[in-house]
Design a protein around this ligand. Sequence first.
Ligand code: TXA
Ligand code: MG
Length: 317
Amino acid sequence: MKNVITTDLERCRELLRQDQPVAIPTETVYGLAANIYSESAVKKIFEIKGRPRFNPLIVHVHGIDQMTSLTKELPRNAVKLAEQFWPGPLTLILPKQDSVSDLITAGKETVGIRMPNHELTLRLLKGLNFPLAAPSANPFTRVSPTSAQHVADYFGDAVTVLDGGPCTVGLESTIVGFEGETPVVYRKGGITIEAIEQCVGPVKLRLENEKAPEAPGMLFKHYSPRTTLVLTNDVEKALSKIDNQKVGVLSFYKDAYPGATIVKALSKTRDLEEAAQKLFDALHELDTAGLDMIIAERLPEEGLGITINDRLERAKN
Ligand code: TXA
Ligand code: MG
């Protein structure tokens, strides 16, 4: 393979200026980035990912000022949320200016925008005179990448990857839109709903499934390994039903189960932030271990455990 993983910021900027996509690190997952004003570069993102055109892209900015060059009137609560959580795992859905193309928004009048909390990517953005559209850097429906190597494993020579180390949050951003001043959550993510509510009061949930969802990241089958994955509250019971198969267990904190070929514990100290950070990496590892089946344990339905369970539910196949 060519030298696709790099830490050379200027090389990445040059590729982006020449309408080439580049994979970028963020605190949530790696993104496959392109100049939002280059139709050919944005089309390449859809082609490389095999992503349907009805699924809009998130625009990454280096600050609130850059956001306001893309949006029309802003709800006060949008500014409040940006001030509290940016840079960080929060995407705001806002009324767009005409300069943001239909290709990015899939024809919607709104655009999703976030400021990622990653030092290297913020430096990259500050050295460019355009924002970056970036979906997660995985083929459509597959497990999101949380390291440069995950991206290289998926796309080989086709994409240069800016290496910013492993993602620190490990779950995609929480997506919040507005009806007037009322916040509407479209996707659970790296910031909990409690934290959003503490900032701007009660939210509406609009977590749509299947068919044409408001946020197609919520398509039911998503984040999926190739290996069959079942989700359970009781790993031992699920294991007891299986004979003669190579089974991997994705557990919350226990690192040994009789009868399992491999066990990946997400956090031996039962820390939900650590579990979130390790989730996709553990799924990638189990998916390449030649197993017949993955048994995943449901986490406590609290804090980031709620987002982790959402992703595991969608990873079932
Ligand atoms: O953490 C993240 O958000 C990562 C990193 C790379 O920033 N990005 C990410 O992008 O998860 P992607 O494309 O995998 O998911 C974007 C989600 C999709 O569910 C899409 O439907 C939704 O954002 N979205 C984007 N623009 C939207 C809009 N105008 N209205 C509703 N949903 C929108
Ligand atoms: Mg995605």
